[in-house]
Design a binder for this molecule. Structure first.
Ligand SMILES: Cc1ncc(COP(=O)(O)O)c(C=O)c1O
Length: 389
């Protein structure tokens, strides 16, 4: 417990809570949780399945075979990836649960996991909880937020058991192509490191861009696994369902850990997930059109007030540069104090997140309009920046 790092958003979260307790309205761009409801056909299936007493009991230990099949078929339709539904697919209680538990399978005390910085914090925390050490691979804008694997020292590579990657990326909004994944596979195989790719944002994309899956690369199944989720694709964060696919031995190991820790996913939710994956997919385009509209509005205002930001091709986040003279926490505090807008300081995602703040696209339209007009009124007092508008 002593080795766990402090939760870096505490200060700003406390401030938001204080303001709200005083009756002040805070507009939050800080939360990456879809505001759009789960599509109706999925909810209807959930309600129907909840009425069936067969689904009131412990779920089947190996999950519904229909769910594993639906996941395999979705990967085939979406990415032309062929998966064995029995051996290469495992449903999860959300991707986070699998990401946290896989460290217990492969990290012994003293082992290293290669973890991007900045990153979703669970990759490093799960490594630490298993007694291992994260080695942070910097993600820099100059390298399109892709890690430089050749820069990792040899003694670190020798001790590394897992390599974490996440594209489309949270928090930077960066994307990766198949060439990059191919290079990663070659590196990992040379050094006997298992790859864990986390891809929950492949369905959130803009301007016609289609993110790829790590599993599309030749050799991916030998080299590692991919975590995915229904959370962001179908606005199902609250239902807690995701999956891991790929290397059968890794999946078997995780299955063994999980069978001792949890009792599966409520079956009504598994039926809803089957409906989501095999039912109509037009909801995804509709959601993406909403996010794209919000993305463009936010980017315009940010650039106007001096927070340089490029439109991401995918994912739910804008990664905006902090103007000169501020740390990311100082800027987040200033925005909160002066205009009542909450953003996430980049340092919370790792030391290389310093210099940036993250804004989420999951803000309902009414809040968005208000938030944007407040942001437009923010003055950069340190650089005496004059808003262009
Ligand atoms: C990169 C990344 N991976 C995993 C997750 C967790 O997804 P799930 O809701 O499936 O647990 C998130 C959630 O924000 C995320 O940003």
């Amino acid at each position: 417990m002593e080795n766990l790092p402090p939760y870096l958003f505490v200060e700003i979260n406390n401030k938001i809570a204080e303001k709200r307790a005083k009756g002040e309205e805070v507009i939050s761009f800080a939360i990456g949780d879809p505001d759009i409801p789960t599509p109706e056909h999925i909810i209807n299936r959930l309600c129907q399945a909840a009425q069936d007493p067969a689904n009131h009991r412990y779920p089947e230990t190996a999950f519904l075979p229909e769910l594993r099949k639906a996941i395999a078929e979705w990967y085939k339709r979406r990415f032309e990836v062929l998966l064995d539904a029995d051996r290469e697919v495992l449903p999860l209680i959300g991707a986070k649960e699998g990401i946290a538990h896989i460290a217990l399978c492969f990290i012994d005390p003293g082992d290293i996991a290669l973890v991007p910085d900045p990153a979703y914090p669970v990759y490093s925390i799960s490594t630490m909880l298993a007694g291992g050490k994260p080695y942070y691979m910097p993600l820099a804008e100059e390298s399109n937020f892709l890690p430089n694997l050749d820069a990792i020292p040899e003694d670190i590579v020798k001790k590394a058991k897992l390599l974490w990657l996440n594209y489309p990326n949270n928090p930077t909004g960066a994307v990766a192509d198949l060439d990059f994944f191919n290079r990663v596979i070659q590196f990992a195989q040379r050094h006997d490191i298992a790859i864990c790719h986390d891809g929950p944002y492949t369905e959130v994309s803009f301007d016609g861009y289609q993110p790829v899956s790590f599993m599309q690369v030749d050799g991916a199944k030998e080299a590692g696994v991919e975590f995915h989720s229904l959370s962001k694709s179908y606005n199902m964060t609250g239902w807690r369902i995701g999956m891991v696919v790929g290397n059968a031995e890794m999946i078997d190991a995780l299955k063994r850990i999980k069978s001792n820790l949890d009792s599966g996913i409520p079956q009504a939710i598994q039926y809803a997930a089957i409906k989501a994956l095999s039912g109509p997919q037009d909801c995804i385009q509709k959601h993406n059109a909403t996010y794209q509209r919000r993305r463009d509005l936010i980017i315009d205002i940010l650039n106007d007030i001096g927070l340089e930001a490029k439109p991401p091709k995918a994912g739910l986040y804008i990664w905006a540069k902090v103007p000169k003279g501020y740390t990311s926490v100082e800027l987040a505090n200033d925005l909160l104090d002066k205009v009542g807008v909450a953003v996430t300081p980049g340092i919370g995602y790792g030391s290389n997140g310093e210099g940036y703040v993250r804004l989420s696209l999951t803000i309902p339209d009414a809040g968005l309009v208000k938030g944007l007009s407040r942001l437009a009124g923010w003055q950069d007092s340190k650089n005496r920046f004059k808003a262009k508008k």
